[in-house]
Unconditional design. Structure first.
Length: 100
C-alpha cells in the first residue's frame, strides 16, 4: 500500500511536487496554499463536490490576497475579527488595563 502521507498520488503526478516548488521558491503562505489547492483539485477527490471545495479553498486564498493588496498600507483587516491589527491591539490593551 502506498504511503499517502509521504507520497500522495495527487501531488506526485507532476514533474515537480507542489510543496518542493513552493518551498524552493520561498512562496508565501497564502500563495502557496492557492497553488496547492489548484494543483490537486482534479486528482485528490472522487466527488464533484469535493473537487469544487478545493477550488473554493484556492479562491479563498486568492480573495485574501486581493483584499490585502487593495487595502491602504498597514490597514489589513484580520479575518476573524474584521479589525485592523492596530484596532485589535488597542482592544487588547484596553482589556488589559481594565482587568489589571
Amino acid at each position: 500500500m502506498a504511503d499517502k502521507i509521504k507520497n500522495p498520488p495527487h501531488y506526485f503526478r507532476f514533474k515537480i511536487e507542489p510543496i518542493t516548488f513552493i518551498m524552493q521558491n520561498n512562496i508565501p503562505y497564502a500563495e502557496g496554499n492557492a497553488i496547492k489547492y489548484i494543483c490537486r483539485w482534479r486528482y485528490k477527490h472522487t466527488t464533484k463536490e469535493e473537487r469544487i471545495a478545493d477550488l473554493k479553498k484556492a479562491q479563498q486564498y486568492l480573495n485574501l490576497l486581493i483584499e490585502q493588496e487593495t487595502q491602504p498600507e498597514g490597514k489589513i483587516k484580520l479575518k476573524l475579527t474584521g479589525q485592523t491589527t492596530e484596532e485589535k491591539a488597542e482592544e487588547i490593551q484596553k482589556g488589559l488595563y481594565k482587568n489589571g
